[in-house]
Design a protein around this ligand. Structure first.
Ligand code: MN
Length: 718
């Protein structure tokens, strides 16, 4: 082992603090510079801009933006789900007050700037190893590594922007504390750990992992080192469920005791204090943690089943549609962590050697293992391994460079060494830059859609509801400042069901359902009655949900009093996901069985030949006979519709009746969109098709408010 350590030893290069800080700054600017590629690519695309600034490219960002907006405004509506109490919204609002740039510019750049801060803990960790240059190259790699870039790129405004920075900073602080005996050294790690857990509760696992590995590290290597006991006695308090101020108070008090009474504290007293500290954790948190695990595993299931006696409704889960988790191919996994398969192997080997050479680096294992957990648990975990795999890869390069340089004479040695380092480092950094160049993520919405929402915000009151699919929930709330039924965080099968029902059913049933959905959603905030659909069944005293859904076809259905207005936001982009939306309502709530798939076919790439419109390899339309060929089947059209804007710019739908009184399919040619649709009767009669595609709305029920080609807004009249 000692022999191996000697082989792996590279010359120290710890720089003056001044030069170290300059290198931190250079790495930081490099990280921002690479992120600027995306801005540069899209800066001239007017469709991606709003208020003269590029819009953000993650849906969830609009959630935090809504919270920050409301904090700045000083008000928000009861139960509007605005996240005014979250750290991300608080931080954004605080910065918005401090920094004289537009709110749009702030949320666009914030993830890139905060995410690039990762260079600091990476370089600080390397500095503990007296390897500033190693840290510098590792920082440039880690800060732009594939998966880390994806989640901290400019415009990716989400809690991800600090989700790696804070735990990595915590790890540095732990290692720093174990090397240096001072008040500040002992305080930093708990402070960063608490900040990290406050920022995102998901990082709690990393902090617990860090605590456990430090504990085992002590048991194995530092049993006799009292300083480790002291540090763990302090750090364990971080994990308690006490209020943050109380935690900090206890932590500071304990550090002060250790510092001031240093001479008087015998081994026994220190170990005694450590045990007391651990007991505090067991009582405030540890015990709950264990109970929580048991509770989740056994109890909740029984509880849920007995509570929902009205209806153990079986809804369609979002997990069924999101391509989640599961196994990921190795190459993707390797790319996400290191940018290339070559870089991945280099980094893996380098990381193992790094652990051998610098034993203290063992403390980084939990985060690396969590990253590797991605192979089982899904892509979102890979980022956790990034900083340390970067350190590992660059470490190996430094070792290789040392041996290659040995072949050169004294004079050229240094040049050879750094030449090798720069070449190899570029080789593993560059694939990540290529990824950045190819990763052309569009903004969430385009300018025309935002125009519609912004106008809707002027028309609708803040208490009004806007019905749309959950994908658009956060941006709708941000731009129009209204309430929504579903959003990026509220989209379980039960809450999606009525919304999907409203969008994909006939206008009468949809209108009734929308009114009930909104009124019962509001009511359930005050008197919990379950999901809105459960509240409806209880209120109408119907046991069978299918029977209840039938009654919604009655235009004169008795409903609770109207408390506010309801708008439907129907964008053209919803066409792409119409079949998915339909799955959420096309389900038997009693058995959980999916209904037969409706016929829905869309083509934006069709051509004409011999009186036929070829929509795809398998689907074509004969203009003479009005027959659709689907595979080997031929079906006569019921209707043929063409939509267009007339000379005055008014949207028109010419509908030709071909045959009726028979279930079948209809064709719609949306000329301005260059979209061809073949759909069955139910789809043709759905709210989305009648209101958005054909603009044939029931005048008793709906009133058009905004009719843009990109998105149409209708107001519910009942
Ligand atoms: Mn609001």
């Amino acid at each position: 082992m000692n022999k191996l350590k000697e082989i792996l030893t590279i010359p120290d290069n710890k720089l003056d603090r001044k030069y170290f800080l300059i290198l931190v700054l250079v790495a930081f600017i490099f990280s921002i510079g690479v992120r600027y590629i995306w801005v540069n690519d899209f800066n001239t695309v007017e469709q991606f801009k709003w208020n003269n600034e590029l819009m953000i490219n993650t849906n969830d960002g609009y959630y935090w933006a809504e919270g920050a907006r409301d904090i700045l405004a000083g008000h928000h509506q009861e139960n509007d789900l605005s996240p005014v109490l979250t750290p991300a919204a608080e931080l954004t609002a605080f910065l918005a007050k401090m920094i004289p740039i537009s709110f749009e510019t702030l949320i666009l750049w914030l993830p890139g700037v905060l995410g690039s801060l990762l260079v600091l803990p990476i370089m600080l960790i390397a500095r503990l190893l007296r390897q500033d240059l190693l840290g510098f190259f590792a920082a440039m790699l880690g800060a732009i590594a594939w998966s880390y870039y994806n989640r901290t790129m400019i415009g990716y405004y989400d809690t991800d922007m600090l989700i790696i920075v804070l735990p990595t900073l915590t790890l540095w602080a732990v290692m720093y504390a174990l090397k240096r005996d001072s008040f500040v050294a002992m305080l930093l790690a708990p402070v960063f750990a608490i900040t990290s857990m406050y920022w995102h509760a998901g990082t709690t696992n990393v902090i617990i992992g860090t605590f456990l590995i430090t504990f085992f590290y002590m048991i194995i290597f530092e049993r006799k080192n009292l300083y480790y006991y002291k540090f763990l006695a302090v750090f364990v308090l971080v994990l308690t469920t006490l209020a943050i101020w109380l935690k900090l108070l206890l932590i500071v008090a304990l550090i002060l005791i250790f510092m001031l009474a240093k001479e008087k504290l015998t081994d026994k007293i220190v170990i005694g204090i450590t045990i007391v500290s651990f007991m505090i954790y067991i009582i405030f948190g540890g015990f709950e943690w264990i109970i929580g695990i048991l509770h989740n595993a056994y109890l909740t299931r029984g509880l849920v089943a007995s509570e929902l006696d009205v209806a153990s409704l079986k809804c369609f889960g979002v997990v069924n549609t999101v391509r989640e988790a599961g196994h990921i191919p190795f190459e993707i996994f390797a790319n996400r962590i290191s940018g290339s398969v070559f870089g991945f192997w280099l980094s893996t080997l380098g990381y193992v050697l790094l652990l051998v050479r610098y034993r203290l680096m063992l403390l980084t294992l939990p985060m690396v293992l969590l990253g590797f957990f991605a192979l089982q648990g899904g892509l979102r975990f890979t980022v956790f391994a990034v900083p340390f795999m970067a350190l590992g890869g660059i470490f190996l390069i430094f070792v290789i460079a040392k041996y290659i340089a040995a072949f050169f004479n004294e004079k050229s040695k240094k040049y050879a060494q750094y030449g090798v380092i720069i070449v190899f480092a570029s080789m593993i950094i560059y694939p990540n830059i290529q990824h950045v160049q190819a990763y052309k993520v569009p903004t969430v919405f385009n300018k025309e859609e935002v125009k519609v929402l912004s106008k809707l915000g002027e028309i609708a009151s803040r208490e009004d509801y806007v019905v749309s699919w959950w994908d658009y929930g956060y941006p709708i709330r941000y731009y129009a400042d209204v309430k929504t039924l579903v959003d990026g965080g509220k989209h379980s099968g039960e809450v999606n069901f009525p919304v999907a029902f409203e969008l994909t059913n006939n206008q009468v049933a949809a209108a009734n359902m929308a009114r009930l959905d909104v009124e019962f959603t509001e009511k359930s905030f005050k008197e919990p009655c379950g999901a809105p659909i459960e509240c409806m069944l209880k209120a109408y005293k119907v046991k069978n949900p299918n029977q209840f859904l039938q009654t919604l076809n009655n235009k004169n259905l008795q409903k609770p009093a109207k408390t506010r207005d309801i708008y439907f936001y129907l964008p053209n982009r919803m066409m792409n996901i119409y079949p998915t939306i339909n799955m959420f309502s096309n389900i038997d709530l009693l058995s959980g069985k999916q209904g037969a798939r409706p016929f829905f076919f869309m083509s934006r790439n069709f051509k004409e030949a011999n009186n036929k419109i070829i929509l795809s390899n398998a689907v074509s339309l004969d203009k003479k006979t009005a027959e659709v060929t689907i595979g080997s089947q031929k079906v006569k059209l019921n209707y043929f519709a063409r939509t267009y804007y007339d000379k005055n710019g008014v949207y028109k739908a010419d509908i030709q009746k071909i045959q009726t009184n028979q279930p079948g399919v209809s064709a719609i040619y949306m000329q301005p969109y260059h979209q061809f649709l073949i759909v069955d009767d139910k789809v043709m009669n759905s709210l989305y098709f009648r209101l958005f595609v054909l603009e044939q709305y029931d005048k008793d029920l709906f009133e058009p408010v905004i009719l843009s080609p990109y998105a149409k807004v209708y107001k519910l009249k009942i």
